[in-house]
Design a protein around this ligand. Structure first.
Ligand code: ARG
Ligand code: ZN
Length: 417
């Protein structure tokens, strides 16, 4: 009786119309020379590579490790060119479709449509979960509607905290980039950690008594839905561009801070398109307005991405150091030491521009520019082996260790505000 199970697993990720990636590969190259860099950039022009790390070919330089996804039709030519030019490479995914399917390796959980913390939940399941959290824990959780996405889906912040007073608060968002599925999984995990810890864990109780958490489990909902129904590798939101057939603005390039400058592109077909204007997108506007309307209380901003295992802080748009850079470095260091105490996961930290790559119009820089002193971007597991396709079997460990880091930051914020 294998058949029903096969049906389930086939429908679990996406419906028949969905893009398939049979024969596509993800390649990791070690770039040594300027010639190598030129080669990759010209290959990008010809074959339109999908960069996984860094996020675009404009960022690559000698001595860098670069991961990108290539179409099945181009693999032979590309691998030949790499060999011919003595670029050292490794194949991370021989068949991307197989990688996408391997990601859902908690097959036992997959048989049910129910919400589970250690599987990837689709958007409808996450919405139902949020309502349920609010109704079952009405003493701690309230839903706040902050406006709709481009396609009209309501964006809902979970306000988690005991007091109704506007005490110090932390804003955290997950899923700015649609394909980084571990990120929304973490926001859901963290909400449970808070509500279930309240009655049995002194530390959580203290946090929830004195702090408010504003948690947005999926910022880019339209993009997230699209990764489930059409294209697992989608990153941006889903608004159409003017004068172009391409869709999507990179929401982490659309905030009103040094907008559309370094590490962004004004070309709508790129993955780092900054949008028509600063905060032109519904999703960015809604988040910015919510934060502005709670600016007096929000002391920390945390944005959860994947992958690379990093804690980053401002600035992103310049290599200059932020005024409290040293303090942000010390907080990151403390958070990482907590995080790695559990499974020895290695993280690095530093100012965003020099630690990962410069970007402009990013949410962390924007929050910082509004006076939120403690502004961080997390890049969760892994360092590239599975990349955006982190298997479900790693959700639990990833979320447990990340929880330690966020709690560390929350405690710090509480004792310094
Ligand atoms: N990976 C994310 C991106 O490409 C973050 C890069 C670092 N930038 C930042 N502002 N923290 O948008
Ligand atoms: Zn991201």
């Amino acid at each position: 009786m294998g058949l029903p199970w096969i049906c389930f697993s086939a429908f679990a990720v996406c419906l028949a119309s969905c893009l398939k990636f049979h024969g596509h590969k993800v390649i990791q190259v070690q770039l040594e020379t300027e010639e190598h860099v030129k080669l990759i950039k010209s290959m990008d022009k010809t074959f339109n590579l999908d960069f996984w790390r860094p996020d675009s070919s404009s960022r690559i330089a000698p001595k860098m490790t670069v991961d990108f996804h290539i179409h099945a039709n181009h693999t032979e030519t590309i691998l030949h060119l790499l060999k011919q030019n003595t670029v050292h490479y490794e194949v991370l995914f021989h068949d991307l479709q197989a990688g996408i399917e391997a990601q859902l390796d908690n097959s036992r959980l997959r048989k049910s449509q129910k919400h589970k913390y250690n599987k990837y939940n689709d958007w409808d399941t996450i919405t139902d979960w949020a309502s349920k959290m609010a109704s079952e824990h009405s003493d701690l959780v309230r839903l706040i509607d902050i406006g709709n996405t481009y396609e009209g889906r309501p964006m809902t912040v979970l306000r988690v905290g005991q007091s109704n007073a506007e005490g110090p608060a932390i804003f955290m968002d997950c899923g700015i980039h649609a394909r980084e599925w571990i990120s929304p999984a973490f926001c859901q995990w963290f909400v449970r950690e808070l509500v279930s810890g309240y009655s049995k864990n002194e530390e959580i109780k203290k946090l929830l008594t004195n702090l408010t958490f504003y948690i947005l489990p999926v910022l880019n909902i339209d993009g997230y839905v699209y990764t489930w129904t059409e294209d697992r590798m989608w990153r941006k939101n889903r608004s159409p561009a003017e004068d172009s057939d391409c869709f999507g603005t990179d929401l982490n390039r659309n905030f009103n801070v040094s907008w559309c400058d370094i590490g962004s592109s004004d070309e709508p077909c790129t993955e780092i398109y900054c949008g028509k204007s600063a905060q032109s997108e519904e999703e960015t506007k809604n988040v910015a307005n919510f934060i502005l309307s709670h600016l007096k209380s929000i002391k920390a901003y945390i944005s959860i991405h994947a992958f690379s295992q990093m804690i980053l802080y401002p600035y992103s748009y310049t290599y200059e150091l932020a005024p409290n850079s040293k303090e942000l470095g010390e907080i990151s260091k403390g958070a990482i030491s907590e995080l790695s105490s559990l499974y020895k996961t290695k993280y690095v930290y530093g100012p965003s521009a020099s630690t990962i790559y410069p970007t402009s119009g990013s949410s962390d820089d924007w929050a910082y520019s509004q006076g939120i002193q403690y502004s961080f971007t997390f890049e969760l597991r892994d360092t590239g082996k599975r990349g955006f396709l982190l298997p479900e079997s790693q959700i639990r460990a990833t979320c447990k260790e990340t929880t330690l880091a966020i709690k560390y930051i929350a405690n710090y914020v509480l004792s310094h505000s």
